[in-house]
Ligand binder design. Structure first.
Ligand SMILES: [Zn+2]
Ligand SMILES: [Zn+2]
Length: 134
């Protein structure tokens, strides 16, 4: 595990109780994770960079997990068990992340210059979609 000082600084600007952002290996298909320390209001974010094909996905994963902390998703009881509620929160976290990243235009769609990697992020693509067309 390695602390990422850059992302840790950004995280702390959004939420005072975030201790650190770490790069580490996670289970396949788990790109990022927001954790709350047991019995304390202290959080950390884990990111598996190896599974993320482009820089947009890296930042998006970071902001998505940050959203779960800032929007209070980790405090909701029964959250993990209720799949409908969970899906709503995932959508909410995606939107929040894109807003922070300045990806969306006023209509709520991706700005043209971000269109391709918007799809990388939205589809959780295993490869960057800029690199197709061989
Ligand atoms: Zn999520
Ligand atoms: Zn991409």
């Amino acid at each position: 595990m390695a602390v990422n000082p850059f992302l840790t600084t950004i995280a702390k600007q959004h939420h005072l109780k975030i201790e650190e952002v770490l790069f580490c290996r996670l289970e396949r298909g788990h790109f990022g994770l927001a954790q709350k320390r047991k019995g304390a209001q202290i959080y950390r974010i884990l990111i598996d960079k190896e599974q993320l094909a482009c820089i947009y996905r890296e930042f998006f994963t970071f902001f998505h997990e940050l959203a779960h902390i800032c929007l209070g998703h980790l405090e909701l009881t029964g959250y993990a068990n209720d799949s409908v509620k969970k899906q709503l929160k995932e959508g909410e976290a995606d939107l929040w992340a894109w807003e922070q990243m300045g990806i969306l235009d006023k209509k709520g769609g991706p700005k043209p210059k971000y269109q391709v990697c918007y799809n990388c992020m939205a589809m959780r693509s295993p490869h960057c979609l800029r690199e197709k067309g061989r």
